[in-house]
Ligand binder design. Structure first.
Ligand code: BJW
Length: 248
């Protein structure tokens, strides 16, 4: 294992354009459950079709709103862990670092990463079904309705979290930027994603086609492990600081 960590450190140390693609696993050590882990994942007890689709929201807006409020509570209590902080510190060591995250928790920004693309939105932000965006909890304060109604004058449409549900398009500017970053990178670090959700799961293939070196950190094998040059098996919060410590 030590030689794999050293190999990963050597690859990262020589990166001219590093892209880091993260998923729920990076935030697990901050106390935020992943989605698909058998016993403890968020989907172990909750049906994604009911909770993470527009159809599910329309069928039962209160259920979906309450579920996201519960998760918002977890996120607001969470702090970045050593994995997030090791990623943020790479910005000081390398010429060009981009973080592309599927997570909606904002912990990369809190850890100090400056260039972060949030592919699936942000759980602290809200929008209404009529298209008003950029709402915060402060904008919704004092409302009795669950979910709250859009406070824009004359609107009153249902408010929902500004996250990307199944069957919804990602923001095309964010996705196009992520694709361009992967096309242009020479090293890709993949951390804590199962690699099953599209289009995020296709991004590593852009880097692979561009002949980037690929390092993966995940305690398990993922759908992306087969294209990784180095797979580090273990928790990101333990392994990423070790990799950073070995970078010359
Ligand atoms: C650790 C660790 C530690 C644990 N350290 N690691 C092509 C083919 C087939 C299907 C599709 C396709 N194109 C589109 C689709 C449909 C769909 C899709 O991909 N479905 C698949 C599931 C089959 N995709 C979409 O609908 C997307 N939209 C789209 O493509 O629009 C165009 C379109 C529309 C209609 C039809 C066709 C095309 C939108 C996807 C939106 C995903 N949204 C969610 C919810 C966000 C809001 C919320 O948070 O509630 O995003 S779903 C959920 O999965 C969330 C995550 O970001 C995402 C990815 O999960 P992630 O991060 O990989 O987590 P896990 O739990 O899966 O894995 C955790 C990993 O961590 C594991 O590997 C652990 O081992 C590891 N780990 N501890 C490091 N300490």
């Amino acid at each position: 294992m030590h030689s794999d960590i050293q190999q990963a450190a050597n690859i990262l140390a020589h990166a001219r354009r590093l892209v880091i693609l993260t998923g729920a696993g990076i935030s697990k050590e901050s106390g935020i459950p992943t989605f698909r882990e058998a016993q403890q994942g968020l989907w172990a007890k909750h049906d994604p079709q009911r909770l993470a689709t527009l159809q599910g929201f329309m069928a039962n807006p209160k259920l979906v709103w309450d579920w996201y409020q519960f998760r918002l509570g977890l996120v607001e209590q969470a702090q970045p862990n050593p994995g997030h902080r090791a990623i943020a510190a790479l910005e000081q060591r390398l010429p060009h670092v981009e973080v592309i995250t599927q997570n909606v928790d904002g912990l990369h920004g809190q850890a100090g990463s400056h260039r972060v693309l949030e592919l699936h939105g942000n759980i602290r932000r809200f929008k209404c079904l009529a298209g008003h965006t950029g709402l915060t909890m402060a904008d919704l304060a004092g409302q009795q309705a669950t979910p709250p109604l859009c406070p824009h004058p004359g609107c009153g449409a249902l408010v929902r979290p500004d996250v990307v549900w199944f069957g919804e398009n990602l923001d095309y500017r964010v996705l196009n930027q992520a694709i361009a970053d992967c096309d242009a990178c020479d090293v890709l670090l993949i951390v804590g994603t199962s690699g099953v959700v599209q289009p995020a799961a296709s991004l590593p293939y852009h880097a692979w086609n561009a002949r980037a070196r690929i390092v993966e950190v995940n305690p398990e094998k993922s759908e992306l492990t087969e294209i990784a040059h180095v797979h580090l098996s273990g928790p990101a919060g333990e392994l990423l600081p070790q990799v950073a410590a070995l970078m010359l």
